[in-house]
Structure formats: C-alpha cells, structure tokens
Design a protein around this ligand. Structure first.
Ligand SMILES: [Zn+2]
Length: 379
C-alpha cells in the first residue's frame, strides 16, 4: 500500500532505483492502474524512505534559496531581522506541518499572486538596506520564482518578531525536522568614503581607481554582505576626494615600498580627512602597507574609526569571489566586531581559521557563519 503524502528531499543520484520502484514501472507497462497518482511518484524502500519516480531518495529538510543570504541549510542555521523577512525552503516535505513559534511569523507562499507580493516586500526590504539596482537582490527574487515552480519545494516567508534564538520546526507523524533561527535587531551604521589621490614632486600619481561614481556599488558590497546575513546595514553619510602631496621623506618611503603608501605616513597625512558625520570612514588607496608592515589594508581604532582599503586585492579568496570586495568587507567587519566587543580590542586579531568564511586568515569568502554573526550583531 502506497501513501501519497510522505516527506521528501536530499537527492541520491548514485543510488539505483529500488525493487519496489521497478515493480511499479512493470505494472504500469502492463496497463495496470498506478497504485497512487501523486504529481511525483513515490514508493517506499524496505527501510521506509520515500523514492521519487526518478529513483531519488526523498527526505524532508530545510534548504536555502541562494547562498550568503542568511540561510545556511548545511549548518541548519538561518537569520532574520526583527520585523524583517527572509525566505527558507521546505524541501520534499509534503504532509509536514509547521509547529507554532511565538518568536516568528511564518507564512507559506502558496499562490503566484502571493509570490509577487512577497517579492515586492523583499525588494522593498533590500531597498531599505540601500541595496539599489543590486544584482544580488534580483538573483534572490529570480531564485524565488524558479523555486516556486518546483512541486517538491514549499517556500516559507519568515518574519522575525522577538529578538533571540529559536527553532523553526515542522512535523509529520513521528518525524520532525527543524532549523535554528536567530532573530536579530537592526543595526544601522553611517559610513563615509574617501578616495585618496597621491602625487609626488615629479607629479607621478598614485591614485585609487575608485571614485565617487562607484558610491552605490561600494555601498551595495557592504549592505549585501552584512544586511541579509547579520541585519547590519550602512547609510552613506558623505563622500570626498582626499589629495596627499608627498614630501621628500614620504617619497623615499613610497619608493622603497615600490609605490605603496605606508600606514605610518598615511596616519600623519590622510587620516585627518575622515568624516565628521559618519561613524566610520573608509579610505580607498591604490596600494598600501599597514603600520605594522604586515597588511595591504588596515583598520584604525579608536579614537576615530577608519579603514584603509587598497585596490590591490588579496589573492587567496574563495573561487568566484571578488578579492577587492572581500578585503573591503573584511576591514569593515573589524570595525563591526570592535563596536560590539570593545573589551577585546587589541587582545586578538579578529581573525579565525574557518575556511571560506569572512575574516578567515587563510582562504576567505563573503559568507558570515553563526560564530561571526554573533560577534557583530547579538541575537
Ligand atoms: Zn584583518
């Protein structure tokens, strides 16, 4: 006897179709009526796992829509802002019912007109994070539409109601699945950009390739990295060009460093051009060596918060990531950690060894995992 409702997910492409499935196929060839007529044929193996018509072993689970958007299904972890939204997929979970949770408001996206409303809500949220014309925001809504048309995916719009950690769970009979959810308060940081132009006595320019025409794109980097993954967003307070003319001593230093601006010289000549309005000023320079001679970028903290980010990229980032964007987010993440962990300033580097996560001292990516999230925005 086949059941029509059974949990489903996790493809197992290498497994051969089980005997029960083959026998069902033989019956169908002989013209016998199918024993059930779900949209995707399901048969149980001897150990009671459901199998799709394609021989896929099905198991209900929570899944993410796009990477680095606040849901990491592999780690059974997601974030959502308080009074903000995120989307999680309930995969292969026909028959599963959501269990009540007073910290969240969860709605299943069940019809196309509801989907278009949800996309409007999410795009408005991206707009409130200053993510204008963001390709990532469009990729998110495209992924939502694509996943919606798949019969094995149920899309859940999750709204954070009460700050803190909780667990979103669904059950079917004795089976229960869940994902840990952190409802994060909103944090808004004002940021200023300074584009550093450097000339020496011979008029040789050492100017950054960045300029004010890239303000929005630069703001998008910060907001896409930190808003969906940690509910920290950035507003642009002001933007300016900073001109530094090198004296003879500084010229010698720059020449000795093969056209790098040295942190100790920058501290004397450029740092005072930081914004008076913003909580954080980011200086973009062409090439740089930190005050301790170890870094290509650095963060000054306190009394006035500033980062220096070089055009020259760090070359050991996750494949497909933009090295400049990783360095930029890395320096700003130092500031976010310092803001929340003031007692730790100067005690550690703020780096870790978790591969492919932001702030990893080895191969680094833009992903924020649970330990890093907790260092920049407390649930
Ligand atoms: Zn660092």
């Amino acid at each position: 006897m086949l059941e029509t409702e059974w949990p489903m997910a996790v493809s197992c492409a290498l497994s051969p179709p089980p005997a029960a499935y083959l026998s069902e196929l033989r019956n169908r060839r002989k013209g016998k009526p199918p024993t059930s007529a779900p949209s995707e044929l399901q048969i149980f193996t001897h150990d009671q796992r459901a199998v799709s018509a394609a021989g896929r072993i099905l198991m209900a689970n929570f899944d993410d829509l796009v990477p680095k958007a606040g849901v990491d299904a592999a780690k059974s972890y997601m974030v959502v802002g308080r009074d903000r939204y995120n989307v999680v997929v309930l995969q292969d979970a026909a028959g599963f019912r959501l269990l009540p949770n007073h910290k969240l408001e969860v709605k299943e996206i069940s019809a196309r007109d509801i989907l278009s409303n949800v996309i409007s809500v999410l795009l408005a949220q991206f707009g409130s994070w200053n993510l204008k014309d963001s390709s990532n925001a469009k990729a998110f809504s495209d992924a939502l539409t694509a996943r919606f048309s798949k019969p094995d995916a149920r899309l859940l719009l999750v709204k954070g109601k009460i700050k803190g950690a909780t667990r979103l769970e669904a059950s079917h009979g004795k089976q229960k699945i869940g994902i840990n959810v952190f409802v994060l308060p909103p944090k808004s940081i004002s940021v200023a950009f300074r584009f550093v132009k450097v000339s020496d006595s011979a008029g040789n320019p050492l100017d950054t390739v960045k300029d004010a025409s890239q303000n929005q794109a630069l703001l998008n980097v910060l907001n896409w990295t930190f808003a969906p993954q940690a509910n920290v967003s950035f507003d642009l307070a002001d933007t300016d060009t900073v001109k530094i003319t090198l004296n003879r001593t500084m010229e010698e230093s720059v020449n000795a460093l093969k056209n790098k601006l040295w942190g100790k010289e920058f501290e004397k000549t450029g740092l005072q051009s930081r914004s008076k309005k913003a909580a954080l000023t980011v200086f973009f320079v062409k090439d740089y060596l930190s005050r301790d001679d170890n870094g290509m970028s650095e963060t000054f903290w306190p009394p006035d918060v500033a980062c220096v980010v070089a055009d020259a990229p760090k070359d050991y980032v996750v494949d497909g990531e933009d090295p400049f964007e990783i360095v930029f987010a890395h320096e700003v993440c130092h500031v976010l950690q310092n803001m929340q962990q003031p007692k730790e300033i100067g005690k550690g580097t703020g780096h870790h060894k978790r591969d492919s996560i932001l702030m990893c001292e080895n191969r680094e990516g833009a992903k924020i995992d649970e330990p890093l999230m907790k260092r920049i925005n407390k649930a």
